[in-house]
Design a protein around this ligand. Structure first.
Ligand code: NAD
Length: 436
């Protein structure tokens, strides 16, 4: 059976913006961390101004003929935040809550993430304001192709390389690749990543983010002198990132004492059989509810369990000033993007919790996207083992690069990761100078 190309209908990984606390604005949260890093790096005022502005923001109106013959017009965005280190890289999301502010924040986030793991990409993000769950597959295809045509002047393996994000998947990437290829007159697989393996996707991409979380968690345990065997782990979110991270940490000897998804949170102090839970969820419409061999607990309790590692892999803003003080884990590995608000950072630090920040912890996905781009451009495909080995090398090295800065400057891992990222981007700006 070839790759499953259906669009997801059961998961929208996004909170309702109406219930955001002030501390939960994604652009502000990211910029607070950037500002702190810039101050510690003593960044020149000119460069600070450059890095606080996105390079290019595109807004397109996307007319789409609906199946009933009516024409609807959607709004789409693509923001290239910074391309000093290489082509822009970042996902495209289809969601009713997409805003230009959010796309800008996520594009900046991608800039820092690519720089932390030192892959030669800049940062971008895109989005279309729509509700894909109410659209047919043919409507989505027309939307995707017209959006692609609208932003085609920036797309390209050397300029801007999209990937899947919330509510987009391999199938959408295949449409983007096809549309771009038709425009330029030849097949260009490297214009997107996260494609089906049958048309230039990389082996190991699906598991890459969860696998990266496993690698950095193991490094953190070793750094803190904690044994892997028997380490207790609670995982929030049991989708692509959470389930793979849980499975691989379990295989490495950790005890996964809690897992959760949008349907239920489960707890077993003796350890949950992760493979069995994955099989159960597969047969249960991707949900864990009804899984019989664990106790049901509340989602809030999962976050404050008395365990060694907490791995949030579901939503933004789940660790805030409201609950940060109750978290008892020794390590937080941020599988999700933005699970901790900037205001909660200092509470975790005061309580001695070792946080592996999102821009490092979940960078395994973009790292294997980079491998996909490299393989497409080389026209030579790697074994899954080679992909996984190279991913491990990058994740382990990046963890230690960040740890070194954290020790040198006596700052937490998040600030160290931002310092590393901002300094790498700033260095290239200094070397290149300002054009014209
Ligand atoms: P996914 O859709 O595969 O899984 C999300 C999981 O979270 C599902 O199990 C869902 O049921 C669960 N969930 C939703 N609401 C919840 C709640 N209130 N409590 C507990 N669980 C809840 O998504 P994913 O690809 O695993 O992404 C998860 C996070 O990781 C997102 O923040 C995403 O941006 C980030 N991320 C993903 C990748 C990737 O390669 N997939 C890369 C980097 C970052």
């Amino acid at each position: 059976m070839p790759t499953d190309l259906r669009l997801p209908t059961h998961t929208i990984v996004k909170p309702d913006k109406d219930i955001f606390l002030d501390e939960e604005n994604p652009f502000e949260g990211m910029m607070l961390r950037f500002d702190k890093a810039a101050e510690l790096l003593d960044l020149e005022p000119g460069l600070y101004r450059v890095l606080r502005h996105p390079e290019k923001q595109i807004i397109v109106s996307i007319p789409v003929m609906k199946d009933n013959g009516e024409v609807e017009v959607y709004t789409g965005y693509r923001v290239l935040y910074n391309t000093s280190r290489g082509p822009a890289k970042g996902g495209i999301r289809f969601d009713t809550q997409v805003t230009l502010e959010e796309v800008k924040a996520l594009a900046a986030w991608m800039t820092w993430k690519c720089a932390v793991v030192n892959i030669p990409f800049g940062g971008a993000k895109g989005g279309v304001v729509c509700d894909p769950r109410t659209m047919s597959v043919t409507e989505l295809e027309r939307l995707t192709r017209r959006y692609t045509a609208g932003i085609i002047s920036v797309l390209g393996p050397d300029s801007d390389v999209p990937a899947p994000d919330v509510n987009t998947n391999e199938r959408v990437m295949a449409w983007i690749m096809d549309t771009y290829s038709m425009h330029v007159g030849h097949t260009t697989t490297a214009v997107v990543t996260g494609k089906p393996v049958e048309m230039g996707g990389s082996l190991g991409r699906r598991e890459a983010t969860g696998r990266g979380c496993m690698f950095v968690t193991k490094e953190a345990l070793s750094h803190l002198g904690m044994p892997i065997k028997g380490t207790t782990v609670a995982v929030q979110g049991f989708g692509n990132v959470g389930s793979v991270a849980a499975q691989l940490l379990h295989a490495a000897g950790c005890k996964i004492v809690a897992i959760s998804d949008r349907s239920v949170s489960l707890y077993d102090p003796n350890g949950i059989d992760v493979d069995e839970a994955i099989e159960y969820a597969k047969k249960n419409n991707h949900h864990l509810d009804g899984y019989p061999r664990a106790e049901v607990i509340s989602g809030a309790d999962l976050l404050t369990l008395d365990g060694d590692v907490l791995l949030p892999a579901a939503l933004e803003n789940v660790i805030t000033t409201k609950n940060a003080g109750q978290i008892r884990a020794r390590i937080i590995c941020e599988g999700a993007n933005g699970p901790t608000t900037a205001a909660a950072d200092s509470i975790l630090e005061e309580n001695g919790i070792f946080v592996i920040p999102d821009i490092l912890a979940n960078a395994g996905g973009v790292t294997v996207s980079y491998f996909e781009w490299v393989q497409d451009r080389g026209g030579y495909f790697w074994t899954e083992q080679l992909v996984n080995d190279r991913l491990r090398d990058i994740m382990v090295k990046s963890f230690h690069d960040v740890l070194t800065i954290s020790k040198q400057h006596k700052v937490n891992m998040r600030t160290a990761a931002y310092m590393l990222a901002v300094s790498r981007v700033a260095t290239v700006h200094r070397l290149r100078g300002i054009y014209a």
